[in-house]
Design a protein around this ligand. Structure first.
Ligand SMILES: Cc1cc2nc3c(=O)[nH]c(=O)nc-3n(C[C@H](O)[C@H](O)[C@H](O)COP(=O)(O)OP(=O)(O)OC[C@H]3O[C@@H](n4cnc5c(N)ncnc54)[C@H](O)[C@@H]3O)c2cc1C
Length: 123
């Protein structure tokens, strides 16, 4: 078998969706990267080009983040951040590069698809 490059779970994995490298020290990334490593070791080369994403419950607020907000040059807010009921879409050159949501899991799931594919959200 030729040598393969696999990510070390939770450590500085390449992000093919928006470029660069990302240290994803979150539960879901540890699980998904671990699965990619295991499949590769078992013989099915499984790169990890996924969009970084994570969630956490903090003081009754479910926070979900995907992509790389630091790449965004513009952002738009949907909802009411003061009420902890909002999502923020970060764009760069018209492409969605990140989403941060508070207590909006369904909207987050839809926007995450846009970040994965780099599309514009509907107004
Ligand atoms: C306080 C806290 C809150 C967090 N909250 C969130 C959150 O809200 N959302 C989120 O997505 N992520 C959260 N995280 C991060 C998340 O817990 C970690 O990213 C994830 O657990 C990493 O999983 P892992 O399997 O890579 O490592 P770990 O969960 O650290 O597991 C590594 C295991 O290997 C064992 N081990 C280490 N060295 C050896 C050795 N030499 N021999 C044998 N065994 C060894 C350890 O004992 C451990 O059981 C939080 C972390 C902390 C500390």
């Amino acid at each position: 078998m030729p040598p393969v490059t696999t990510p070390t779970p939770g450590r500085d994995a390449p992000v093919k969706v928006h470029g660069g490298r990302h240290s994803g020290e979150h539960w879901n990334e540890a699980m998904e990267q671990g699965a990619a490593v295991a499949k590769t070791i078992a013989g099915t080369l499984t790169p990890y080009p996924r969009l970084p994403w994570s969630w956490s419950d903090q003081h009754g607020v479910t926070i979900q983040i995907c992509g790389r907000p630091e790449l965004g040059t513009e952002y738009e807010v949907h909802g009411d951040p003061a009420a902890c009921d909002a999502s923020v879409v970060f764009r760069r050159r018209d492409k969605v590069v990140a989403v941060v949501a508070m207590n909006r899991p369904a909207e987050f799931r839809a926007l995450r698809q846009l970040a994965l594919h780099g599309d514009r959200p509907d107004p």
